[in-house]
Design a protein around this ligand. Structure first.
Ligand SMILES: NC(=O)c1ccc[n+]([C@@H]2O[C@H](COP(=O)([O-])OP(=O)(O)OC[C@H]3O[C@@H](n4cnc5c(N)ncnc54)[C@H](O)[C@@H]3O)[C@@H](O)[C@H]2O)c1
Length: 347
């Protein structure tokens, strides 16, 4: 489980079961309001989720367990007609096999087992990922919508010996690229004042700018209530071509009039088109076959620089690629030039 998933489902009125081997992670998510409840009893967890689903209520339930055990067990119940699963994905840190706990290894032994024998641990982790991904493909065969969340689990499962791993799609070709095709992309901003009231004011301004966009309004309301700021207060929205500049101009006005206490930094996201070269994620299944061409972030950085962005950063994308991020607009704050602020919305 990653933090985003339970909240993403309940924000859209769904009922979800999330699995994590680390009970402290589940407890922390409950403390932060990202997860509603958790248990160590799978029957209880499944019962709670199915009851919420039947009642049409939003609910997220965590189960302490290993996904490589729980996914096949849920598939068995799905096939037996004991439950119906509509959507399946995974957000374990599968891109790093040492950060994925193989089944049969006790949680308390994780660190020691990974450091004593990293190669053996990697093999066991990949074999477990193969079992988990086999169950995910099984859910797809049984009619569920299944997608890779961008953690490279299909590749690791393939290395672990499961040949059908790539039969379900990555989330970018399945859901994100069609939005790019419409000109919609991530648009995010941070308040250099550090005052959450400035983000609340920009939330209101963006909602007023786009009164017809029901999904945007829903997100802005729920995010203001549920998403905690880390570092500088920040917000992300998916806005379209011919919309993003309107938000930027509005922010300029609000800074100039003193309605906002300090400038706003407008940034982009690694999911923005052309920002990452990553054949198992952002550039998977490109229509022109350019999945593994590393030039996209370089070209994007050059383009942003030539277009007058005030801050362009080109950096390694951690798990799976190179990333470019840029800011536009009139922020000339020394803070923005010296050290990029940590934004709290998305990754
Ligand atoms: N699509 C995106 O834009 C996007 C965004 C963020 C992260 N990611 C990817 O998602 C993955 C997770 O990122 P994160 O920041 O949430 O990491 P994280 O470390 O916060 O969460 C991963 C969780 O997986 C759990 N875990 C490990 N092995 C497990 C197992 N066998 N069964 C059940 N749980 C297990 C860990 O206990 C941990 O809580 C990474 O690969 C990352 O690259 C993708």
């Amino acid at each position: 489980m990653g933090g985003a998933q339970p909240l993403a489902v309940t924000m859209n009125d769904g009922a979800v079961l999330v699995v994590d081997v680390d009970e402290s992670r589940l407890a922390r998510r409950v403390d932060h309001g990202y997860l509603d409840e958790y248990t160590t009893d799978l029957d209880h967890a499944v019962g709670r989720v199915l009851a919420a689903k039947d009642a049409g209520e939003a609910l997220s339930v965590g189960i302490v367990g290993n996904a490589a055990d729980v996914f096949p067990e849920l598939l068995r119940r799905h096939r037996a007609g004991e439950l119906t699963v509509d959507i399946v994905t995974d957000q374990t840190s599968a891109h790093d096999p040492l950060a994925y706990l193989p089944r049969g290894v006790a949680f308390a032994d994780w660190r020691a087992a990974a450091s004593d024998d990293p190669e053996g641990f990697t093999e066991r982790a990949r074999a477990s990922m193969a079992a988990q991904v086999e169950a995910m493909v099984g859910f797809q065969d049984a009619g569920a919508a299944v997608f890779d969340y961008g953690n490279s689990i299909r590749r690791e499962a393939e290395l672990g010996g499961f040949p059908r791993a790539f039969e379900f799609p990555g989330f970018v070709p399945a859901y994100i690229r069609p939005l790019f095709a419409e000109g919609k992309g991530p648009f995010r901003w941070a308040a250099l004042s550090g005052d959450p009231a400035d983000i609340a004011a920009t939330d209101r301004a963006v909602a007023e700018l786009f009164p017809e966009d029901a999904a945007l309004h829903r997100w802005l309301e729920k995010a203001a209530d549920k998403v905690h700021f880390e570092g500088l207060p920040a917000r992300i929205c998916w806005l379209g071509y011919k919309e993003r500049h309107l938000a930027g101009l509005k922010f300029n006005e609000m800074v100039a009039s003193g309605e906002l206490k300090a400038p706003i930094v407008i940034g982009r996201d690694h999911l923005d088109s052309g920002s990452v070269a990553s054949p198992y994620r952002e550039t998977e299944a490109m229509a022109d076959g350019s999945d593994a061409i590393a030039d996209w972030p370089l070209l994007n950085a050059l383009l942003n620089t030539a277009s007058g962005a005030s801050w362009v950063s080109l950096h390694h994308g951690g798990a799976s690629g190179s990333v470019v991020r840029s800011t536009r607009g009139r922020s000339r704050s020394p803070t923005a030039r010296r050290s990029p602020p940590r934004s709290s919305s998305g990754s």
